[in-house]
Design a binder for this molecule. Structure first.
Ligand SMILES: [Zn+2]
Length: 321
């Protein structure tokens, strides 16, 4: 029995060593998010309470200290070129140097290195985080590394090594001019591994500029392997909007496979399922408190009333977004 156990442990170790962090997928039971824990132990949801993404809205605590973040360099046009790449799991824009994030309760300065996207399909929404279980069509993540770390690998060993800004993306009938540099480059990176240089632009134009003081904060993980518990999340409450014409190239024009591969596979629904969180979710000074603790935990008869109120609040939110 002991020998068998030892063999199983060795097999698991060999499997883990031979896997790389690119060996995951979203559309096959062998490698989709529910299987990540078997492939990468740190993705196993039972091993740690700080997994991402989560649903926002059930256990928020107001933190009046959480003011607007300082987004240094976000309002200028950097020199040089940025690079947009189809990495097979997402579309990633590497933004070079000169951008950083600090303040807003972050413990130090974080250098911004890249942004990327999560999306659904033509008929399903694909944001990673949800607001009162509402999923948006897309979500953008702007990733920054704590400046005291030389690289990403070092930052992943620090519980606060990364700061990720999450921006929900909704659909509107109007084109978003600020989004055009990205959407117009997508046809050049149809297949995995393809990349396209794009001219830098002020990154601030991709954020909800009128509502930067409204956000939620919690301690979580990467939403892709190795699922490191190293992320301070800032999730902006208000979405930005793009048109269907700008959205459609993501869901029907980006493949997770290389050019010429058979069968070719569209990259769709590249989001991880939501997890329970056991840590607080903090609402910034000016964010709405989406919901207080569920009333039905103490008084079951109030559940219908609570659900009605939640539905009304969701409807009200939709109208205002
Ligand atoms: Zn992401």
């Amino acid at each position: 029995m002991l020998l068998l156990l030892l063999l199983l442990v060795m097999l698991q170790t060999i499997l883990t060593l031979t896997l790389t962090y690119d060996d995951f997928c979203y559309d096959d039971g062998q490698c989709d998010p529910y299987a990540w824990g078997d492939m990468f132990p740190s993705c196993h949801p039972l091993l740690d309470a700080h997994h991402s993404p989560i649903d926002l809205g059930w256990q928020q605590v107001r933190d009046a200290q959480l003011d607007e973040l300082q987004l240094s360099g976000f309002n200028s046009t950097p020199k040089g070129q940025w690079r947009l790449t189809n990495q097979g799991h997402s579309v990633v824009l590497e933004v070079g140097g000169g951008l950083s994030v600090s303040g807003g309760g972050l413990p130090g300065l974080y250098r911004t290195v890249q942004l990327h996207f999560h999306w659904g399909s033509a008929s399903t929404n694909g944001s990673e985080h949800t607001l009162l279980l509402q999923r948006f069509p897309m979500e953008m993540h702007i990733v920054s590394i704590k400046s005291s770390h030389p690289n990403l690998t070092a930052a992943l060993d620090d519980p606060t090594g990364l700061a990720v800004l999450a921006i929900f993306i909704d659909l509107s009938y109007m084109d978003n001019e600020n989004f055009q540099p990205i959407s117009s480059a997508l046809p050049f990176i149809t297949y995995r591994g393809q990349e396209k240089s794009i001219r830098p632009f002020p990154l601030l134009t991709l954020l909800p500029q009128a509502n930067l003081s409204q956000y939620y904060r919690y301690h979580g993980s990467l939403t892709t392997p190795p699922c490191s518990h190293a992320v301070l999340w800032t999730i902006y409450e208000m979405p930005i909007s793009i048109s269907w014409a700008q959205f459609e190239p993501f869901v029907s024009g980006i493949y997770s496979t290389e050019e010429g591969a058979e069968p070719a596979a569209l990259l769709q629904n590249n989001f991880r399922h939501i997890h329970r969180t056991y840590s607080h979710v903090y609402a910034s000074k000016h964010a709405r408190l989406l919901s207080s603790a569920p009333l039905f935990t103490t008084c079951p008869v109030t559940l219908p009333l609570f659900l009605i109120l939640t539905a009304l609040r969701s409807a009200f939110s939709t109208l205002n977004w």
